[in-house]
Design a binder for this molecule. Structure first.
Ligand code: ZN
Length: 304
């Protein structure tokens, strides 16, 4: 079977993962989570979002969280940035990578941030240019890249046109978000193949949700088409509170386990994940949805 020798896993539980939760984790807890993830070997972590503190009060501590994280060599911290003001705050906090996002569905973009996709793109281009001028990486995310829950059509041409704008503005990476789990392996293979051919030098990441149980199959299809960067959230937590039908991210345990058993290097210590799963479960006050995470914790308890 054709497979990469190495892939990069980006852990998104601190930001995407926590945003759908009702329980709030305090600043110290968020810092502890990021440091635990870094200790487990995750090379990239989506730490926070520099959203307006007025609009999203629970993210008002974004700069404090970044400041509290132990900066290890090789660890890349990224933050989601919804606008130029957020970009200035992210740069002040010295994150390594600024992540911008637009939805391939205009309807979803309007509901999410009350702007059209075009309006969000114009602001995203300005953020990317500012990040690059400041010596930082910039990743352009197209969310709902594989379909919209609102019934409007999303085609590969739509996604590629948005990706073109990100790259032209200077993006160092592109990420395809399947926020509501609409993708299937064929669709992933086709879109990733097309973007890989168009931009061989731009990092291409897949951000997959497991709404319909296809996330891991979609990872495998993405690998076949040349994607080498994949997102996951411990225990499969997450989902946008602003988007219809959004549910958990691909569980990181599933992703790390699949790679480990297939001989694909990730640098992540699988054995360190049950304790992080337990940490989150305690803080969030409910079992996390990912099945493998629960199984690993069960078998760990049985052998203790
Ligand atoms: Zn997500």
């Amino acid at each position: 079977m054709k497979k990469p020798s190495t892939v990069t896993i980006r852990e998104v539980s601190p930001r995407d993962g926590l945003q759908g939760e009702t329980a709030e984790i305090d600043t110290e807890g968020k810092i502890e989570l990021v440091n635990l993830l870094a200790s487990a070997g995750f090379p990239r972590i989506n730490v926070t979002s520099f959203a307006s503190p007025k609009a999203v009060p629970r993210l008002a501590d974004a700069a404090d969280v970044v400041a509290g994280v132990i900066r290890r060599p090789g660890l890349e911290l990224d933050a989601s940035v919804p606008n130029l003001r957020g970009a200035e705050r992210a740069l002040e906090a010295d994150v390594d990578t600024l992540v911008v996002f637009v939805a391939a569905s205009d309807e979803a973009n309007l509901r999410n941030v009350r702007r059209t996709t075009e309006e969000s793109m114009v602001e995203s281009e300005a953020v990317i240019r500012l990040a690059r001028a400041s010596g930082k990486n910039a990743v352009g995310t197209v969310s709902l890249a594989f379909g919209s829950p609102y019934g409007d059509e999303v085609t590969d041409d739509t996604v590629v046109a948005l990706a073109d704008r990100f790259v032209a503005a200077g993006a160092t990476g592109l990420s395809l978000g399947d926020t509501t789990g609409e993708a299937n392996p064929q669709a992933v293979f086709d879109l990733v193949s097309r973007l890989r051919a168009e931009y061989p030098d731009v990092e291409l990441a897949l951000h997959l949700h497991d709404t319909r149980g296809l996330a891991l199959a979609n990872v495998l299809a993405g690998m076949q088409a040349g994607a080498r960067h994949f997102d996951g959230a411990i225990g499969g937590i997450g989902g946008s509170p602003f988007t219809k039908d959004s549910s958990g991210n691909l569980a990181t345990e599933d992703l790390v386990y699949m790679c480990a058993t297939m001989g694909i290097e990730t640098g992540v210590d699988l054995a360190a994940l049950p304790s992080i799963n337990a940490f989150l479960e305690t803080r969030l006050g409910h079992p996390l949805p990912g099945r493998l995470g629960q199984f690993m914790r069960g078998s760990e308890a049985a052998s203790a």
